[in-house]
Write a protein that binds this ligand. Structure first.
Ligand SMILES: Cc1ncc(COP(=O)(O)O)c(C=O)c1O
Length: 383
């Protein structure tokens, strides 16, 4: 916005639900695309447009659309592509609500999903040998950080004429830009690391094909998936430090993963930057030398040990989200994957003793001390 001969350095907050238009001729020029501008905030607003332009640059996409949450973005991306009677192929390692969307919601509209182990390319090839509309994977799966072999999956999708949608929430474009590896659309929950301060709920879809953008914009407006200006404004501010935050949190997470693996009472540590992670080599190839802020560790003693750990480590709040500046922990079996069946959780390697850690950017020693406090009591009482 120009103010005399100047413009503000920082994007202003345009907290308006609607815009004024001079007359009917101006209205027609706006709808026709001859004039730039906005009409109604559910169809678009300046803060979403500004944020979308930045996201498109970060993902090396031709376009980005901002939605009211990560789930809204995922739903919008899927609805853009599917018709009643279609089939989806999806990873069996997905955020729990995504699995529910595919398993419970979409069948009501005549869309069925086949779940497969997408780390097994032969299984994906087999699943795609029956007609399907799209393949859905997480680049780094929630919570066990299994990596998707994006170029292998993109080749299979091309052969089968299927769209590849990837959820890049755990990796963020700092670690991985899926469009460069052949994905058709990238979805991010901006609620997490991208906005980065635990005060926003927002999502985005990014892509390359202009035809998909037209349909996606229509889906977002008609289904009501639009974003609000203040969350866009906060996210734009958060993105300014994304690279710095990811650098600091990844370095903390790598050190903590190695330290946790030496602690009595810790049965298993899952971190893609450790050689004992099943996708370590793939992570080295796909990620840009950093392995993210997310890790899991499993305590001896199951759910009771987790409870004791949480009570004894108040400096690591039990807070079922991720990607904030502060280190937090979550319990996949009771939160993000609560509605998966025990068999589905087992298939994904989610156990009753598993804690998911979202490592923040605090000094490493402070996080280690807080974890040690939780572990000491968990150990003692588990005996
Ligand atoms: C991998 C992943 N994708 C999508 C979502 C949904 O995002 P939102 O909570 O912004 O709707 C989440 C939420 O935890 C997630 O972990």
């Amino acid at each position: 916005m120009r103010l005399g001969s100047t413009v503000p350095l920082v994007t202003p907050l345009y907290q308006s639900s609607v815009y004024t238009i001079t007359d009917l001729d101006a209205l027609e020029r706006l709808y026709g695309g001859q004039d730039a501008g906005f009409i109604y905030a559910r169809d678009g607003h300046p803060n979403a447009a500004q944020l979308a332009a930045q996201l498109a640059r970060m993902e090396k996409a031709h376009w980005a659309v901002v939605c009211s949450s990560g789930m809204a973005a995922l739903t919008a991306a899927i609805l853009t592509l599917i018709r009643s009677g279609d089939r989806i192929v999806a990873s069996h390692r997905l955020y729990g609500r995504t699995t529910q969307l595919l398993q419970q919601e979409l069948p009501r509209f005549g869309v069925q999903t086949t779940f497969v182990d997408t780390t097994d390319l032969a299984a994906v090839r087999q699943a795609l040998s029956t007609p399907a509309r799209l393949l859905l994977v997480e680049t780094m799966s929630n919570p066990t950080c299994r990596l998707a072999d994006l170029s292998g999956l993109a080749d299979l999708c091309e052969q089968a004429d299927v769209n590849l949608i990837v959820d890049n929430t755990f990796a963020t474009p700092v670690l991985l830009r899926p469009l460069e590896w052949g994905a058709d659309m990238v979805v991010e929950s901006l609620t997490k690391f991208m906005s980065g301060h635990g005060d926003v709920v927002l999502g985005t879809v990014c892509g390359a094909d202009p035809a998909l953008l037209t349909q996606l914009n229509q889906t977002v407006s008609i289904w009501g998936f639009a974003s609000n200006p203040f969350d866009c404004w906060l996210t734009e501010r958060g993105l300014a430090t994304l690279d710095l935050r990811m650098r600091a949190a990844s370095s903390n997470a790598a050190a903590l993963a190695d330290w946790l693996a030496t602690q009595p009472g810790v049965r298993q540590v899952i971190y893609p930057g450790r050689p004992d992670h099943p996708d370590y080599r793939l992570a080295q190839r796909l990620l840009n030398g950093r392995f993210g802020n997310m890790l899991c560790f499993e305590l001896d003693g199951g759910r009771d040990a987790v409870n004791r750990f949480m009570r004894q480590a108040p400096a690591i709040p039990f807070s079922p989200s991720l990607g904030s500046t502060q280190t937090t922990c979550s319990y996949p079996a009771g939160t993000s994957h609560r509605y998966d069946t025990p068999e589905e959780r087992k298939l994904q390697g989610i156990t009753d003793g598993m804690i998911r850690l979202s490592v923040g950017i605090e000094p490493l020693e402070a996080i280690r001390e807080a974890l040690a406090s939780g572990l000491s009591i968990a150990k003692k009482l588990a005996i």
